[in-house]
Design a protein around this ligand. Sequence first.
Ligand code: SAM
Length: 352
Amino acid sequence: MTNVDENKLMTFVGQVIGDWGALASAPLVVIGDQLGLYRAMADGKPVTAAQLAERTSTAERYIREWLAAQAASGYLAYDGDGRYHLEPEQAIALTDESSPACVLGGFEAFTAAIRIAPRLAEAFRTGAGVGWHEHEASLFRGTARFFRPGYAANLTESWLPALDGVTAKLTAGGRVADVGCGHGYSTMLMAGEYPASTFTGYDYHPESIEAARKLSAETGVTDRVDFEVATAKDFPGRDFDLITYFDCLHDMGDPVGALAHARSALAPDGTVMLVEPYAGDNVSDNLNPLGRLFYSASTLICTPASLSQEVGAALGAQAGESRLREVANQAGFSRFRRATETPFNLILEARP
Ligand SMILES: C[S@@+](CC[C@H](N)C(=O)[O-])C[C@H]1O[C@@H](n2cnc3c(N)ncnc32)[C@H](O)[C@@H]1O
């Protein structure tokens, strides 16, 4: 019989207890967000369950249990005597959507994504895909909220400036296509920075395009932004100075076909920007907490999405720069480089 190291076994079980806690507490974070429980505590002042329930028109008994669960999670602080408060850092992460540290979207997205698991188990058997559009609506909104803080912190500040000559073109007035734009936060951020340019967000998912149109009407950039339903291989328009793909190329069934279409839609000296999840080229490079998150999301969402489309290349969310370079080369791009990176993203530039 194999020798079992009891200490190793107990360490592993201890790790899993942490994971169970995260799993059980995730829907409670979504509830706290939905009902405004964190926002009602954002001033950092201690509250009792009765006070928070009154402030948020909720039932005190539920709030009492929720507060204890949140304190045990380290998501708020316990002052004793049934009183709790949000630390300033917790308040930023749990209430401030404009902060790069905001964590709410991830909870909304991943609690939605796990509800696909029964269908996915069947797909594991058959090899069939599960389309992006087949998930529930909170995945679309949650994903947009998950990515937005990172885009807000980096896109106009460092990612576009890292591309060769692109900001000068956009300042003078260029044409931009944002493919697989989802709810269009990336499109709107670029449009906010470059008023002389025009921007079209394309996505094959009609509900996302509808949401993007509504959001852009609220942000006052509609004079230079359009959102259209189109796939990555058939979006109209030519002579784009910049074509962007934010966290979506790997979700597509035919990334080579998508980039080949982009090549034909680019202006002669145009640029493609790929924003992809940070990854090393080898599995062993990615066996860390971020790789865990991305490989898991990839198994739940991205790989099945790609398998549901023609070709079904299934790059996965941890494709890494070398694999993405091959895709760009096959699509006819001869120049390819890592323009910049953050701990969460690779920013890759492809040019004809
Ligand atoms: C993970 S989401 C990213 C959305 C958005 N770019 C963002 O960063 O929030 C992937 C997006 O790619 C879109 N998508 C997937 N396959 C597509 C295709 N073949 N053509 C156009 N859009 C596609 C999905 O509808 C979805 O909105």
